[in-house]
Design a protein around this ligand. Structure first.
Ligand code: IPE
Length: 261
């Protein structure tokens, strides 16, 4: 099972210096505790990742490599802080977990994954330990650095490890046909499949706050490449108490499922 915790839920996304949303984090780790079996928890960056990444010019194609490289320590430091707070909270809830940081063993090339060995992740899971992995800045083999988002990690690990389910926790009910903060009549889309995927991709835009990794459109595009595998792929609202529990227990819940059969 792979669960992504969106940065806008587990952090106060606009807060500077960055801060964890303790209330949500503690509730979410309690919800995760109902899960029995192997678990990978993927963290988004939220206030810890996006602000620092933005400050150092990530997300802007004109930023010089030297400036991007100079941003590595701050982004790494922030993400390590966030990850260790989550690690502590999971362990407090009785979920033995360890942080495995992408920077240490993943390399990118032109923003895409180049090397991402999964043996350490598989062996950690086999030992009965939960893996906590997070969006990170990574060395890009073009003599630069790039951001590896939590969504890309979730998708990649799903492809490699073939889990039963991938649950992507966000701050919305799933995919909407318009931006609900601008259009109050925006409708929730419960299912994305072959017949509506192109229409939906043309409707969804990037998320509104500082987000250097692409927002909802990129999420869906990445998840769509997974959907041919036999796996439950869900985008859901992690702000709402009980939704993660319902997904873990296989009960009906408001969400967007991505399905191709
Ligand atoms: C971003 O990861 C990681 C960094 C900016 C270092 P995500 O793109 O998955 O984060 P959220 O969930 O949108 O905050």
């Amino acid at each position: 099972m792979i669960v992504k915790l969106g940065g806008s839920v587990i952090t106060h996304k606009e807060s500077s210096p960055p801060a964890v949303n303790e209330k949500h984090l503690s509730r979410i780790t309690k919800e995760l505790a109902v899960h029995n079996g192997k678990l990978i928890v993927v963290l988004g960056g939220g206030a810890y990742g996006h602000q620092a990444a933005h400050k150092h010019g990530f997300g802007n194609p004109n930023t010089a490599s030297t400036q991007l490289l100079a941003g590595i320590p701050e982004i790494r430091h922030n993400m390590s802080l966030l990850a260790s707070k989550v690690e502590k909270e999971l362990n407090t809830q009785g979920i033995p977990g360890v942080v495995i940081s992408p920077f240490m063993f993943v390399t990118l090339r032109d923003n895409l994954i180049d090397q991402f060995p999964t043996k350490i992740i598989e062996e950690t899971l086999n030992s009965g330990t939960t893996v906590i992995i997070h969006g990170d800045v990574c060395i890009d083999e073009t003599n630069s650095a790039s951001i590896l988002s939590g969504d890309t990690i979730a998708k990649y690990l799903a492809e490699q490890l073939n889990p039963k389910a991938v649950f992507i926790g966000t701050n919305v009910d799933g995919v909407m046909d318009d931006n609900p903060t601008v259009n109050p009549n925006a409708k929730h889309i419960p299912l994305i499949n072959n017949s509506n995927k192109n229409r939906i991709l043309s409707l969804t835009g990037p998320s509104s706050t500082t987000d250097v990794t692409g927002g909802m459109t990129k999420k869906i595009t990445e998840l769509l490449t997974l959907a041919s595998q036999n796996m439950d792929i869900v985008i859901f609202n992690l702000l709402v108490t009980g939704r993660l529990t319902a997904l873990l227990e296989n009960s009906p819940v408001i969400c967007t499922r991505i399905q191709f059969t």
